[in-house]
Design a protein around this ligand. Structure first.
Ligand code: SIN
Length: 288
């Protein structure tokens, strides 16, 4: 029987039905899942009662997994392939480092020279209401631009910083983050290596265009983000426990909305599939 999928929104996303990741998955079934991933940009699998090992093992079928060396404070101490996105306090009672992770529009690891192919986020504990994640289809966003704007941005590179919003980072942590992750320039228009389609590659971690001042860059960055996040390009995911959401970082961007009561528990675990090399360390030529 062919893989059963149900679209989640007009713009992107599909729910995969009748797949149980706690059981063996044949190569041909995985091939259909991968095809659906390329076609829909986001896949949702509900009710997946799986262990950390099974999460990692399934994720490996998409490609080699990142060990989160660029974000060492957020990875699981025993499973470096798992990035914690959690508001649960640390063992010593200190607030979690990752409670604000993802609260800027972004594509995972865009601030590195090996941006991610895709991510698989497991909702372990989710609040009863809110804590949603929103996704944008960056193919549609690119396609909808005028020919003039496509020409204007064709050769631009955005300088991506590892900055986080509201992170409550200590000065030492900020320094460590900057040293580990010097600003990287990425093309604003990327060609998806598997589908061959062009997608906008922008987000709130882009601070300027390479070779341009902040003042010159910011209005266009703001416009491109506003354009990409128009409602018709979006899917908003409302989490249930044991959901797995898989997204293609090469043609989508996402944001954790933080729209929930912070006294309630939200604990997510993410694997990050490595992509192909992209971008270069930003030149000092960026004028300020
Ligand atoms: C992420 O950006 O990987 C986390 C998204 C979320 O927690 O909703």
């Amino acid at each position: 029987m062919a893989l059963a999928v149900r679209p989640l929104s007009y713009a992107l996303g599909a729910e995969v039905l009748d797949v149980d990741l706690s059981r063996p998955l044949t190569e041909s079934r995985f091939g259909e899942i991968y095809r659906a991933f390329l076609d829909h940009g986001i896949l949702l699998l509900r009710g997946q009662k799986i262990s950390r090992e099974q999460h990692i093992e399934f994720s490996r079928r998409f490609g080699e997994l990142d060990r989160h060396d660029s974000l060492p404070r957020d990875r699981h101490p025993e499973y470096p392939e798992l990035l914690m996105v959690s508001n649960l306090p640390q063992p010593d009672g200190a607030p979690s480092n990752s409670r604000y992770t993802g609260q800027l529009w972004h594509s995972d690891l865009s601030f590195t020279l090996m941006p991610s192919l895709g991510s698989l986020l497991r909702g372990v504990e989710v609040p009863p209401v809110g804590g949603d994640t929103m996704f944008a289809n960056m193919y549609l966003a690119y396609d909808a631009l005028s020919a003039g704007m496509k020409g204007l941005i064709a050769d631009l590179h955005g300088v991506h910083s590892p900055e986080r919003k509201n992170a409550g980072m200590s000065p030492e942590w900020e320094k460590e983050n900057r040293l580990l992750n010097p600003p990287v320039a990425q093309p604003v228009v990327r060609v998806h290596p598997e589908t061959g389609r062009k997608a906008l590659y922008i987000g709130e971690k882009v601070k300027a265009f390479e070779g341009m001042t902040d003042e010159e860059s910011v209005p266009l960055i703001d416009y491109l983000i506003r354009h990409s996040t128009r409602p018709q390009f979006l899917y908003r995911h409302q989490w249930r426990p044991d959901d797995i959401v898989i997204w293609d970082n090469r043609c989508t961007m996402h944001v954790a909305l933080g729209d929930y009561d912070p006294t309630l528990r939200r604990h997510m675990e993410r694997t990050t599939v490595m992509g192909t090399p992209s971008g270069h360390v930003a030149s000092d030529a960026v004028a300020h």
